[in-house]
Design a protein around this ligand. Structure first.
Ligand code: 1GP
Length: 248
């Protein structure tokens, strides 16, 4: 439970975490992953999340993990399918896409993946994956019945169900590259009714948005695209998040 304990320790100090999402499919365009990851680490990112939906080969996945090995923060897999498993990581978000219409993404891939994970030392972090609003590639491939950006009650009901099933994390995903982020109102509505650890990502590009999301009560904030498109802003967002305190 090392990664779980690491996350809980930061949250107990009243601080939200920031995860940097690295997509191995973009390895060739991430000109110098070791340089970028150094900047992210020095800005204070709490973990690397490695994964994506399309085009991830085992070689690229493990190349990423080899480069990230130098940094003493957790490397957590974020799988779009059973291809994103590697012993070189520390943990895996064991996700079920609860609002998928396709049983494969709810429990099928998990059944295929579980015996593979069992052969590794990966720590599993049980996570409800909920795709909201725009959805992006993950929403399309995962056949998500998208939760509207403004339907806070529906999102809250999914999170309650996830919590009753014993999941520890819920990931509110607007979709990578989403023109809109998860609304702070949705986050605060969920935090009012649940103690689940809330991961929020998709379309976060500015310090202002990140601050509002953190202040609304997100426990973990994920940024992906901005690392590639504007590393300066990516590091500013991290510094800003790390200044925020969680107010109970
Ligand atoms: C995608 O939530 C993440 O799974 C990150 O989205 O790439 O838009 O930051 P962005």
């Amino acid at each position: 439970g090392r990664v779980r304990n690491y996350i809980n320790k930061v949250l107990e100090e009243g601080r939200p975490l920031h995860f940097s999402l690295i997509d191995p499919d973009k390895l060739s365009s991430l000109k110098d992953l070791s340089m970028l990851s150094k900047q992210l680490y020095e800005a204070g990112t709490d973990a690397f999340l490695i994964g994506g939906t399309l085009g991830i080969s085992k070689i690229e996945l493990e190349t990423c993990l080899d480069i990230l090995e130098d940094f003493p923060i957790p490397k957590i897999l974020f799988p779009g399918n059973v291809n994103v498993v590697s012993e070189k990581a520390d943990a895996i978000l064991f996700i079920s896409l609860l609002n998928s219409d396709d049983i494969y993404y709810v429990i099928g891939a998990q059944v295929l993946g579980a015996p593979i994970i069992k052969k590794t030392r990966l720590e599993t972090l049980p996570t409800a994956y909920l795709i909201v609003g725009y959805g992006g590639t993950a929403g399309h491939i995962g056949r998500a019945r998208l939760i509207p950006f403004d339907n806070y009650d529906l999102a809250a009901a999914y999170v309650m169900a996830a919590e009753f099933m014993g999941m520890e994390f819920a990931y509110l995903e607007a979709g990578s590259g989403s023109p809109e982020t998860i609304r702070p109102e949705m986050i605060s509505a969920i935090k009012k009714i649940s103690n689940i650890k809330l991961i929020v990502g998709g379309g976060i590009k500015t310090e202002d948005k990140a601050t509002k999301i953190a202040e609304a009560g997100a426990d973990i904030i994920v940024t992906g695209n901005i690392i590639e498109s504007n590393i300066e802003n990516a590091t500013k967002i991290i510094r800003q998040i790390k200044k925020t305190r969680i107010i109970e």
